[in-house]
Design a protein around this ligand. Structure first.
Ligand code: FAD
Ligand code: NAP
Length: 314
């Protein structure tokens, strides 16, 4: 496909920020085009229960994102399954090139490409990725029925992954580099009460241990951060849950950035350093990184884009 599609509002990303921008943009009659990327629905599609989306006491992440997509479509946002490979922000309309070969032009652009799982960067982690090392318990937990697994990290994701894994695994060891968890208190309490969970405080993962034939994980080598004492623990699965990095590589050289690879926006707005380009959700947010804050910023981005176009026409 090499078609060119021109819209008043082009949205890149289909997480809570992108879909909310689509909803508000469509209701503002901007006829948005939204390019979903390789993870339609974004990060919430790899989790299970979401308990802090206002108005839903409990909702499955993937179901919530299906509803957001339907809501967005209902008001007329055109949703396209493609992944943007390159952006040209040097002139308006802005130009995005999809991996399909299609070109998307936008009088305004909302970037809502979110974040991706971070890895530790160990060679052994790389060796066993997909062979016992994973960053998604929801995707891979089922393979570890009755086995012993480890989770690395101490934030909400690590604790949720560990709790989810107790549905399958015989034992879950959570390895955390400090003596206190970063996760919400309610999740911490659930974790610490769970008889299948052991928390290994003040330890880091030095190496994933495994064998070549058949390729698979047999254990982890962990190190105490204060004493440097090393010990091996037998596990068959390792779930790395040490946070997420903003998916900003498309614009790293095109927009003003914040430390850590987050896109800079003018405080209190979604305006980036290029007029007409707006950014929303986890790609701009090193602090909150929630579905509800991302959705809120998606709303702001569509309203900011509408105002930008109105001022141009005035
Ligand atoms: P994302 O959800 O990250 O979506 C990014 C989108 O951009 C994706 O659709 C992707 O396909 C697209 N994209 C990326 N690059 C491109 C490209 N080049 N071209 C086109 N599209 C592209 N938050 C909560 O509030 N409650 C929870 O219970 C909760 N649980 C979580 C559980 C897990 C396991 C994880 C990982 C996160 C959880 N979060 C939770 C955080 C929440 O998911 C994020 O804050 C939120 O999804 C961010 O939304 P976003 O729209 O900014 O981006
Ligand atoms: P996070 O909050 O950044 O936590 C990352 C954890 O990994 C921290 O405990 C950190 O340790 C540890 N870590 C980071 N680098 C490490 C390394 N190199 N080696 C060992 N440990 C390392 O990330 P997250 O848990 O993925 O959460 C991301 C965002 O999504 C957060 O805002 C979170 O609230 C949100 N989220 C929300 C929910 C929910 O509301 N239920 C669920 C999941 C995620 P330190 O603590 O020492 O820094």
């Amino acid at each position: 496909m090499s078609a060119t599609r021109h819209s008043k509002l082009l949205i890149v990303g289909s997480g809570p920020a992108g879909y909310t921008a689509g909803l508000y943009g469509a209701r503002a009659m901007l006829d948005p085009v939204l390019v979903q990327g390789i993870q339609p629905g974004g990060q919430l599609t790899i989790t299970t229960e979401v308990e802090n989306w206002p108005g839903d006491l409990e909702v499955q992440g993937p179901d919530l994102m299906v509803r957001m997509e339907a809501h967005c479509r209902k008001f007329g946002t055109e949703i396209i399954a493609d992944h943007i490979a390159a952006l040209d922000l040097s002139q308006r309309p802005f130009r995005a090139t999809g991996e399909s070969g299609a070109t998307y032009l936008g009088d305004t652009l909302v970037l809502a490409t979110g974040a991706q799982a971070r890895w530790l960067g160990l060679p052994s982690e790389e060796t066993y990725k997909g062979f016992g090392v994973s960053a998604c318990a929801t995707c891979d937990g089922f393979f570890f029925r009755g086995q012993e697994v480890a989770v690395i990290g101490g934030g909400n994701t690590a604790v949720e992954e560990a709790l989810f894994l107790t549905n399958f695994a015989g034992k879950v060891t959570l390895v955390h580099r400090r003596d206190a968890l970063r996760a919400e208190k309610i999740l911490q309490n659930r974790l610490l009460r769970n008889p299948k969970v052991e928390v290994l405080w003040n330890h880091v993962l030095d190496e994933v241990l495994g064998e070549a034939d058949p390729k698979g994980v047999t254990g982890i080598r962990v190190r105490h951060v204060a004493t440097d004492a090393v010990r091996d623990i037998a596990v068959t699965g390792v779930f790395v849950a040490i946070g997420h990095a903003p998916a900003s590589e498309l614009v790293a050289d095109l927009l003003k950035m914040q430390p850590g690879g987050y896109v800079w926006v003018e405080p209190g707005t979604t305006r980036t350093s290029v007029p007409g380009v707006f950014a929303a959700g986890d790609i701009v947010d090193p602090h909150y990184r929630q579905a509800v804050t991302s959705a809120g910023m998606g709303c702001m981005a569509a309203l900011d884009a509408e105002r930008f176009l109105a001022e141009k026409d005035a």
